[in-house]
Design a protein around this ligand. Structure first.
Ligand code: ADP
Length: 341
């Protein structure tokens, strides 16, 4: 078991002295970090406890953690701040911007039409094939196509608490403008309003526990990217391009923009990189891909132009086994390694 799981399991069994449930559930133990060298750190909120009890609690948690297999050192920081504010701050630190969502990954592109939505949906499906809980948010608000790619025709409903219930399709949980009650409304919206709507959809979504939320971003660079970076603190971004020089130049700009926003670019997907000609020969209709270095990020996969993609997309079904699905599995594996999933 990895150190973080050992520490979490132990803390999730450790009862809170004041509230029902464990010290993790109550938010008393938060910001739990674990390193491979066996060191574990956490913040313990003790503002509501008498001093002696706070010290006894810290000592007992420390003792149990140190006795656990693989844990070599424990650092506990006590905070005196109280109750809800501490636990909600701690929760935000622990779970990121959307409670329960471990990682948010943006899928962007310099240009439209390069296969960004196709890659976003198939990346989400490939991550789900790895046994992860995955959601997808369509933030490409002027050209929402995720619901079509997943064969979704219904509209999202809200809970009595006004949280949006994602639509389940092919094992993914999906939200986006295309499944809102009035999808045409967005057309007249301007940048900041749209960005606000996207963030609202993301944070009002009743996603449940997700390992990854994939966000299909609009092409280019703009307010949505900025808001995403600032408000949702994504773990990284994937940039999709074709090998065409025109598309690559814009991809480079998109990569530089993500970096400027401090969103790590996890890699590039080179789409439509080749195709099989009538005589079985390999053709490069959009030119030969540049080396990843020239783009400023590693190329994680080169996907061929494959009619099976068009058929599956129009049918709203996942890709059949083949080179594109295999390429997406490679991308998902690289991301899983990078994010420790
Ligand atoms: P974007 O989101 O960048 O605008 P889409 O994902 O909507 O692009 O893809 C644009 C079109 O290209 C769609 O018709 C899609 O089915 C098709 N497409 C994307 N990738 C491939 C591929 N590897 N092979 C064949 N067709 C593809």
């Amino acid at each position: 078991m990895v150190i973080r799981d050992v520490a979490l399991t132990l803390l999730e069994d450790f009862p809170d002295p004041r509230q029902p449930g464990s010290v993790v559930k109550s938010g008393r133990a938060s910001a739990i970090v674990a390193r491979e060298d066996g060191s574990v750190g956490l913040v313990l909120s003790v503002g509501d406890l008498p001093r002696a009890q706070a010290h006894a609690l810290e000592a007992e948690i420390g003792r149990r953690l140190r006795a656990a297999p693989g844990i070599t050192s424990v650092r506990i920081i006590q905070t005196a701040e109280r109750g809800a504010s501490v636990s909600s701050q701690a929760k935000a630190a622990e779970t990121g911007a959307i409670p329960g969502v471990r990682h948010i990954i943006g899928v962007g592109a310099g240009k439209g039409g390069v296969g960004k939505s196709t890659v976003a949906v198939n990346l989400a499906l490939a991550l789900a094939r790895r046994g992860l809980a995955v959601g997808i948010l369509d933030a490409d608000i002027h050209g929402p196509s995720v619901q079509m790619l997943l064969g979704i025709s219904g509209r999202a409903r809200a809970t009595p608490e006004k949280r949006l219930i994602p639509i389940e399709a092919h094992g993914l949980r999906m939200l986006g403008m295309g499944v809102m009650s009035d999808p045409d409304k967005a057309v007249a919206w301007r940048g900041p309003m749209i960005a606000g709507a996207v963030i609202q959809m993301a944070t009002a979504g009743d996603w449940g526990a997700l390992d990854v939320l994939v966000v299909d971003l609009p092409p280019g660079t703009g307010d949505i990217h900025l808001s995403l970076a600032q408000k949702l603190k994504p773990s990284g971004a994937i940039v999709v391009t074709t090998p065409q020089a025109l598309s690559q130049a814009d991809a480079r700009r998109a990569i530089a923009f993500f970096e400027q926003l401090s969103v790590p670019v996890l890699g590039v997907v080179m789409n439509m990189a080749s195709m099989i000609g009538p005589g079985g020969e390999t053709l490069h209709p959009f030119g030969t891909p540049a080396a990843g270095a020239a783009l400023g990020a590693e190329t994680l996969a080169e996907l061929p132009l494959d009619p099976a993609v068009v058929t599956a997309s129009d049918a709203g079904t996942p890709l059949p086994e083949g080179p594109v699905a295999a390429g997406m599995d490679t991308v998902a594996a690289a991301i899983a390694t990078r994010l420790n999933l």
